[in-house]
Design a protein around this ligand. Sequence first.
Ligand SMILES: NC(=O)C1=CN([C@@H]2O[C@H](COP(=O)(O)OP(=O)(O)OC[C@H]3O[C@@H](n4cnc5c(N)ncnc54)[C@H](O)[C@@H]3O)[C@@H](O)[C@H]2O)C=CC1
Ligand SMILES: O=C1[C@@H](O)[C@H](O)[C@@H](O)[C@H](O)[C@H]1O
Length: 332
Amino acid sequence: MKIGLIGTGWIGEEHVRRLSGRVSGAEVVAVSDIDPERAAAVAAPAGARVVATAEELIADPEVQAVVVTSWGPAHAGQVLACIEAGKPVFCEKPLTTEAADGLRILEAEQARGKRLVQVGFMRRYDAGYRAIKAVLDEGGIGAPLIAHCAHRNPTQPESYHSDKPMVDTAVHEIDVLRWLLGEEFASVQVVVPRSTSKRFPHLVDPQILLLETESGARVDVEVFVNCQYGYDIQCEIVGETGTVRLPDPAAPLVRSAARASTAVVQDFPSRFADAFDVELQEWVDSLRSGEPAGPSAWDGYAATVVTNAAVEARRTGAVVPVDLPEKPAFYK
Ligand SMILES: NC(=O)C1=CN([C@@H]2O[C@H](COP(=O)(O)OP(=O)(O)OC[C@H]3O[C@@H](n4cnc5c(N)ncnc54)[C@H](O)[C@@H]3O)[C@@H](O)[C@H]2O)C=CC1
Ligand SMILES: O=C1[C@@H](O)[C@H](O)[C@@H](O)[C@H](O)[C@H]1O
């Protein structure tokens, strides 16, 4: 598959490297970025061409499928252009930052009559989360009642603002919990403790999302993006007859200087490296087989409806209902 990639920033560069090296059956032939120097730097090692604009890249006759790794607000227009061109598109999360844009994508994809969109919710490809899913699906802990989650980043740049914990960060938990529990969220509330002093002054950090599913299960998600000590992802599900917990990445236990310790992973490319590999390999395999797989535009839309409700919940302090329309038959 000849791939074109839009947005050669941090994860764009990672995905170009991955698609050019570790993923089989794919080749990155063209990249584009609003910063042409950045595009050129990422294109060179992959032997890809630099194309001036996203629109030209999508229309490029050599490009068979597109990866969108530009920043969130640019996703909607680029994904819609791919659908219009009839080209499969892998879009990094969030599919859109605004739910109304997600709805436009659902409508366009259904009008086209073919599933073309996959969303980059890579946790569904992580071995630990997949093991949790297997336990739940085989009834290993009975019906799930509660999930406790923590999403901690060591730090975030100044541009990271107080809606991003929902739109950019907790969106991962929102998707993976929808997938694990097999149901949608019904409401969300956001409560905040006093903020850490180790942050830019404009940012509310940490924040705690309190979600309820349609069947009445409860999910709490602590988002703490300046925790200083590492990239720490925690998830424990409590069921009627037991609990299941996401394993930490394997690390040796070191005993030295009167201490026993294990290292904490420092960033998401290390924490989810294997998941990203599997995710992109399965996407390329699905392109080659013509059988769409993986998180769909519906999943991207449903997650954004929840994050938008969470943004409102933080601003108002209210419990905000998640106003999700019925899932179209096209996505069942
Ligand atoms: N699955 C995951 O764990 C992760 C997903 N992401 C997602 O990937 C996306 C990119 O994130 P980063 O690489 O961290 O950001 P970044 O800021 O490093 O890179 C974004 C790139 O997109 C370019 N860009 C912005 N608007 C554009 C447009 N209209 N056309 C072409 N290029 C454009 C920028 O110049 C920049 O080079 C975001 O949606 C983010 O949420 C990011 C990190 C991890
Ligand atoms: O997706 C990601 C980033 O965009 C986001 O900013 C981080 O908070 C997340 O931990 C990371 O997985």
